[in-house]
Every structure is written in C-alpha cells, then in structure tokens.
Design a protein around this ligand. Structure first.
Ligand SMILES: CC(C)(COP(=O)(O)OP(=O)(O)OC[C@H]1O[C@@H](n2cnc3c(N)ncnc32)[C@H](O)[C@@H]1OP(=O)(O)O)[C@@H](O)C(=O)NCCC(=O)NCCS
Length: 366
C-alpha cells in the first residue's frame, strides 16, 4: 500500500465571532467528524457543532486540546485530536483519529492515529488513552474482553488498529438510551421511594443553568471526586483540582456551546453540603439529551441518593423540556450500582465504548 498523501490543517480558535476563515475551517472539521458519527449511529445523536468546538477551544485553562483536519487531493477525509489536562503533573493524554467511511481501508486511519499519538507525546504523558465506539459482538463473532473483565466488544476496525499499535483494552462503557415518554409513568414513584429511603438527613434540589453561588464550593468538591471515585479499571487517572472558578468555567463552556444543563443534587441537611449530583446536558433541539456525570459522595452511599437525584432531574426535564424524548448515557460495565439505577429507570443498552491505554514510560525521577 502506498503511503497516503495527506494535508494536515490545524484547527485554531477564531479570533472573534467574525473570523470567517477560522470559522469555516471549523465548519469543515465538524462536517467531517459528523460523517463518522452519523455513519456509526445512523442518526445525528453524536454530532458536534461549530459552537461546541469553539467553546471548547476557548476553555483553555483546564485542558489543552489540539485538532487537525486532514484532507487528501482536496477532499476532507478525517480529523485527529490530542488532549491533556492542564493539571501540574498530568500524565494521561487522549488521542482520537477518525476517517470518513468512503476513505477507509487505504492506510489513512493508521497514518492519522500515528500522527495523533506523535502530537500527544509532545504533551508529556506516561499514558496514552483512546475511547472508541465499537460494535457489540453478535452471534459467534470474535469478541474482545477488556482487562476489567466486564463486557465485550466486536473485533472491529478500531479494535484491530488500536491493538496493532500496542494499546490494551482496559475497560468497556455501556452506551444506553432512555425512552423518556415510557419512563415518565414511574418517575414520581422512584423519587418518592428514594426520598423515603434517604430519610430526613437529606433534601433534594434541582435547577436549570448555572450552579447557585451558595453551592459552588461543595459542587466543585464533588466534581473533583469524579476523577477518583468512579470505576476506571486499569486506566491511569489524573487527579483534578476543582474550585468554584473551574466549575464556572465549565458552565461557561456549556453556555458558549449552546448546551443547557439541568442539575439535581442531594443536600446533606447537617452540613449544608451537596453530597450527590447529576447533570443532564441538552444540546440544540432535535438531538437527544445526554446524561452526564452522576456521583454520590463515598461517605453518603447506600441511601438511594443516586436514584433520588436522577429521578428528580428527569422530572425536571419533563417539566421544562417535554419535547426531549431520548437520553443517552455511558457507564462502566463494572459499575453495577449505577447500572442498577439506570436499568430501573428504563435505560437499555445500545452500544459499547472501549477505553484503550498504552503506557509510554514513566517520568524522569526528579
Ligand atoms: C478505525 C479507523 C480509523 C480505520 O481507518 P482506515 O483508514 O480504514 O484504517 P487503515 O486503512 O489505515 O487500516 C488500519 C488498521 O485498521 C484495521 N482495519 C481497517 N479496516 C478494517 C476492517 N474492515 N476490518 C477489520 N480491521 C480493519 C486493521 O488493523 C488495519 O491495519 P492493517 O491494514 O495493517 O491490517 C476508521 O475505521 C474510523 O475512523 N473509525 C471510527 C473512529 C475510530 O474508531 N477511530 C479509532 C479510535 S481513536
């Protein structure tokens, strides 16, 4: 196979809202990425938008992300990303390489993945990680089990490519979908049961948009725990330092991306602290909502607070956005407590995402 002759164009943030050359390049980048996701999912559920990319590019305090659009003979054929947290000592860099369906099978994917890896290495990681959508194995198809021991994926093109580059499949996340209409009938019961179980020590609150000022500190503390308190199998994880300002930057990025957050929390009455939270993120109308982070503080588990905040937030969704009929979420296959809540609410599995890792050497001893 002759090496593909590719043109690499960096995607830079627009100087302002009138920077037409930068914005039209981002529009090409988005169109290329969406050809990949629409081919995989068969609809627009995993699309991205120009606003989302620009908002992410402008949110540079907490993450460095570099992107390239790749073309061949004047046609856009793919895109790559390399990213790392800005935390001091961050060790995990993320790589992603996507090729449009019509250009596959000619060596472009490998060239993109190698370039993404090369760019990621400039960011100084000790662990390279890639998250890829995979087919769920059907019938007697060859499947791959992750090192976590939970779930399986088909040995498809991304799996073969990543394995051939030395990545190991550490973990599988189940992708699930909720039919909101069907779930609605039991939400009040789920909320009431959970509240009875939780008892007087907790109360539930919910809102749309930015976190109220009095809750910023305890919500930031909960966000920090998302890095350490959820199952990550053998994937290396960077600690994240969160404060009110970082949470406000994240909420600012959502606003810039035209994504509306719906949040629900459990408040511990004794301390006045938020001890459980969940977030639904609504992109533009016509797309599903995304069930983003959910976390119950380790010291407050076992009181059905996970179900409480999720049922509360779904009721809020019904009140404020009755037109949203689908929700998509991702959960580690080994995360039984979270899957149990989601299954009880009516989420059903629709796919699998693989968490791949390649260790690239330890940092020099100081
Ligand atoms: C994975 C992907 C990048 C491959 O792109 P591509 O241009 O077809 O890749 P290449 O032609 O360079 O092939 C690279 C390797 O992919 C695997 N591969 C490609 N096509 C395959 C197929 N039809 N069946 C099984 N494996 C296949 C092989 O291991 C191949 O190596 P080989 O040619 O030495 O056997 C592409 O399918 C894609 O964009 N998928 C969606 C996004 C994604 O999952 N990206 C990877 C994770 S970051």
């Amino acid at each position: 196979m002759t090496a593909p002759d590719l043109t690499w164009t960096p995607i830079l943030p627009p100087a302002d809202d009138f920077d037409e050359p930068a914005l039209s390049l981002i529009a090409r980048y988005v169109a290329t990425a969406n050809r990949v996701t629409q081919h995989f999912w068969g609809d627009n559920r995993a699309d991205s938008t120009v606003e989302e990319i620009v908002a992410s590019q402008r949110h540079t305090e907490d993450e460095i992300g570099v992107r390239w659009l790749v073309s061949e003979a004047g046609h856009d054929v793919g895109r790559i990303i390399a990213a790392i947290n800005r935390e001091e000592g961050a060790s995990v860099a993320y790589v992603s390489a996507w090729v449009v369906p019509e250009a596959r099978g000619r060596g472009i994917g490998r060239a993109l993945a190698e370039r993404a890896e090369h760019e990621a290495m400039q960011l100084g990681p000790t662990s390279l990680q890639a998250w890829a959508d995979h087919r769920v194995p059907v019938g007697g198809e060859t499947s791959i089990a992750p090192k976590s021991g939970h779930g399986a994926i088909a040995e498809d093109a991304p799996a073969r490519l990543l394995a051939s580059m030395g990545y190991e499949l550490e973990q599988i996340e189940r992708v699930s979908e909720l039919d909101v209409e069907a779930a609605r009938a039991s939400l009040e019961t789920h909320r009431a049961d959970a509240l009875t179980h939780a008892g007087d020590a907790y109360e539930v609150r919910s809102w749309q948009g930015a976190t109220p000022p009095e809750l910023l500190d305890s919500m930031a503390a909960l966000h920090a725990r998302m890095a350490t308190d959820i199952p990550r199998a053998g994937l290396e994880v960077d600690d994240e330092r969160w404060d009110a300002a970082r949470l406000q930057r994240l909420e600012g990025e959502w606003e810039g991306a035209h994504q509306t957050p719906l949040q629900a929390i459990a408040l511990h009455r004794g301390s006045g602290e938020a001890v459980a939270f969940t977030i639904l993120l609504l992109p533009e109308p016509g797309r599903p909502a995304f069930q983003e982070d959910t976390l119950v503080h380790a010291e407050h588990r076992g009181h059905r607070l996970g179900m409480l905040v999720k049922a509360e937030n779904l009721l809020q969704l019904g009140r404020l956005h009755p037109d949203r009929t689908r929700i998509i979420t991702w959960n580690a296959e080994e995360n039984r407590p979270m899957l149990r809540v989601n299954e009880a609410l009516g989420f059903v599995a629709i796919g699998a995402e693989g968490g791949w890792q390649k260790r690239v050497g330890a940092a020099e001893p100081g």
